[in-house]
Design a protein around this ligand. Sequence first.
Ligand code: IMP
Length: 501
Amino acid sequence: MAIIINEVSRTFNEYLIIPGLTRKQHTPDKVNMQAPMVRFKKGEDPAITLNIPFVSSIMQSVSDSGMAKALAKEGGVSFIFGSQSIKDQCRMVRQVKNYKAGFVESRANITPESTLKDVIALKQKTGFSTIGVTEDGTATGVFCGLITGRDYRENRDSLDKKVKDFMTPINDLIYAKNGITLTEANDIVWDHKLNTLPILDENQRLVYFVFRKDYDSHKLNPNELSDVNKRLVVGAGINSRDYAERVPALVEAGVDVLCIDSSDGHSEWQKGTIEYVKREIGKHVLVGGGNVVDKEGFLYLVEAGADFVKVGVGGGSICITREQKGIGRGQATALIEVAEARDAYFKATGEYIPICSDGGIVQDYHMTLALAMGADFLMMGRYFARFDESPTRKLLIGGNYVKEYWGEGSNRARNWQRYDMGENDNSNSLKFEEGVDSYVPYAGKLKDNIDVTLGKIKSTMCSCGVSSLKQLQSEAKLTLVSSTSIIEGGAHDVMVKDAKN
Ligand code: IMP
């Protein structure tokens, strides 16, 4: 007979937080949200400390370079999805590492030989009215000039007019050399009353534009997570098949942290991957493992050398693994057991291995619960998929704006490596779906939403009388709630005027 665990496995919705003593010093502005991301020894600092305990899921519909830049600016990390070619994934990593606040890569470019008709079409397609003119029409070609709305009259000029005949040529423009600081660039913009300052390299190739209109948004973001060279921190997903080629390429592209993306991390495939990376590519290469839902799975990956361990099977919003295979565990119970194992391991060895709660976060208070239950940081897909910065389309459905969100185990993503059981049939295909293709309500800008979410978490932490995540883990009091109390938790026995709020 199988081993039967009679304890019910529970999820976040079944718990509430009991307020503690709030002292006068407990105000949200004094709450520290920093969290260790990777393994460290007692008395030392981890190689990466998150400024907010959020990372975005290793998913096509969530984490591309746009999401990674936006989240790192707020203090978290994105894991660029691995279900794409090594080349494309490395390109996304480079886009994040090359990002410099205020320096924008030109997104609309044309050649001098193109016509006004081409310019109008490009403007319509991209929505940008400032167009870089380069010899080969690329964003990094040899710079010839600039076109703005002031260089032509759409209804008067001949559509056949050549770009070279109406652009503002380089000789009439003020430009700056690559390597200039943002403050210096802004000074030039202001001193010369420019709207756009092209930044060129030593071969006169276009590198960036600095725009006057961006000036205000350049103010440093206090939570920005950057490396020693002041470049944004970025992660990437890997798999247990092509790691020997993928990992060196990602490291070369500048990735800061890796994570094996798998629905079941308690496996020899995963152990082999971590050991190979540490042995053959470098001990310093940071790699997380997962997902696991119990102490055994956690310790197995820790012994293999994982720098953090991800917890959660079957709880994701787009996940149908539990229906399809009957495996998984209530996220709260899984997290509590693994957090206990992490603490015991730390006590016994002096090594702290952070754990990441992955999937199943619906309400903002679930984040506080997960952190109180011992998660060092949280991986979320649905939460981030709703924002402008996620890579999917925004659509109007039934009068409401939505964004697309699909699972890595859905037919749309076909990420067979994530569900790979090591068969030797080499069919390289998804045998059956473990995820769905869906919509999530559109929620606007990442920054606005994160500000509100953090505000709620910090406020709860003040109610608990704690001012750091470590303290929350050790001092918060949680209680299980009955199904009737859950009903009591929402508005009840009243007629809500505006159901949307
Ligand atoms: P969410 O935050 O509840 O939307 O869950 C996101 C998490 O679900 C991801 O970080 C993955 O661990 C997991 N996941 C992603 N795609 C799939 C899938 O197709 N099936 C099952 N789980 C998935």
